[in-house]
Design a protein around this ligand. Structure first.
Ligand code: NDP
Ligand code: OXD
Length: 317
């Protein structure tokens, strides 16, 4: 077993994307001497000090005896914590950067505006050759509610508020955000839902948020409300969501994340007329955004300092 750090930091990269070369190039530019390894050629497992991972096979990380830090390839870490053998003594950091936040802002603003301006109905009118004007409230008359007021949710809520929407947010602990009415905790969830016309999901997946969006919670939204989810698919009981859409209680949904990804062929969400499906692209992790963070964390680790953007394993996010 090695006891001292090798002169070259050894990082194992685990991804489901086909962009490994891009990652290798960008990271190698930022991290001098980086020994970049991949899952198909990891070399001696005892040499691996750092892992940059999306969804490693359960039990794999426990086989790395000299692992010093795990860097999540996403802002979320549920894919790591679902491994029962995740080495608990190794710190886990997650992606936090302006690149990721900006991309999520774009996605949320795009779809809030689409819902608000009833774009789905105008698209259907166009297909039918129908020239019809719908009643259109202005943004100040539309109540948007953002679940999750962390790095991504806070930014999205602020930018929607800048557009003039009546914005509220919901988080575990109390937040204070200018021009956003903040609700906190389970006790205030119902009141938050009751005042929300467009619900936006930007929550991490934890035991508390799994299946949070179900028949009961959807029923607390005003009739005709809509839903945009870019958090995690496992937060939604998809049959309940479909039932709410079928009954018209929910007017539409835009979903980037699903219980099972890729969304299985033949799933009703693919073809429901009031659903927009995107393939988990709301905010992709861009190596140009992550490289500085990984470089800094490797430096910190090698100096024996605490890493930045650490996950609290007791909270699960
Ligand atoms: P953060 O950890 O910064 O923020 C999480 C927020 O959720 C916090 O405000 C937190 O409350 C709140 N929260 C957590 N648990 C609860 C709960 N039980 N009840 C109420 N609020 C809760 O995460 P990010 O903003 O960086 O990312 C959020 C999620 O977005 C990620 O975990 C990931 O799942 C998803 N994501 C999706 C992407 C996509 O492309 N679709 C891309 C990137 C991320 P508090 O403020 O009190 O801590
Ligand atoms: C993430 C994601 O967590 O891409 O960053 O979903």
């Amino acid at each position: 077993m090695r006891t001292s750090a090798s002169p070259r930091p050894v990082l194992l990269f685990n991804t489901e994307s086909d962009r490994t070369d891009w990652w290798r190039d960008v990271l190698s530019e930022k991290i001098p001497g980086l020994d970049f390894r991949t899952m198909d050629q990891p070399g001696d497992l005892a040499e691996i000090e750092y892992v940059l991972a999306w969804n490693p096979p359960p039990g794999y990380l426990a086989q790395l005896p000299n692992l010093k830090a795990i860097f999540s390839l996403g802002a979320g870490v549920d894919h790591l914590f679902r491994d029962p053998d995740l080495p608990r003594h190794v710190p886990v950091s997650r992606v936090v950067n302006d690149n990721l936040t900006l991309r999520m802002r774009e996605y949320v603003v795009q779809h809030v505006l689409n819902h608000h301006r009833q774009q789905r109905k105008y698209d259907a009118f166009q297909r039918q050759g129908t020239w019809e004007e719908l009643h259109q409230p202005h943004a100040g008359e539309r109540r948007v509610g953002v679940m999750g007021l962390g790095e991504l949710g806070r930014d999205a809520a602020e930018h929607i508020a800048h557009l003039g929407f009546d914005v509220a947010g919901w988080s575990r602990s109390r937040r204070e955000i200018a021009h956003v009415t903040c609700f906190a905790g389970q006790d205030e969830f119902d009141a938050f839902l009751a005042r929300t016309d467009i619900l936006v999901g930007l929550l991490p997946l934890t035991a508390d948020t799994r299946n949070l969006i179900n028949a009961e919670t959807l029923g607390k939204l005003p009739a005709g409300a809509s839903f945009i989810n870019a958090g995690r698919g496992q937060q939604v009981v998809e049959d309940d969501l479909l039932a709410a859409l079928d009954s018209g209680h929910l007017s539409e949904a835009t979903l980037d994340v699903f219980q099972t990804e890729p969304l299985p062929a033949g799933h009703r969400l693919w073809t429901h007329p009031n659903v927009t499906v995107t393939p988990h692209i709301a905010s992709i992790t861009d190596p140009r955004g992550v490289a500085d963070q990984v470089a800094e964390n490797i430096d910190r680790s090698r100096r024996g300092e605490e890493l930045r953007d650490l996950v609290d394993p007791s909270r699960g996010y």
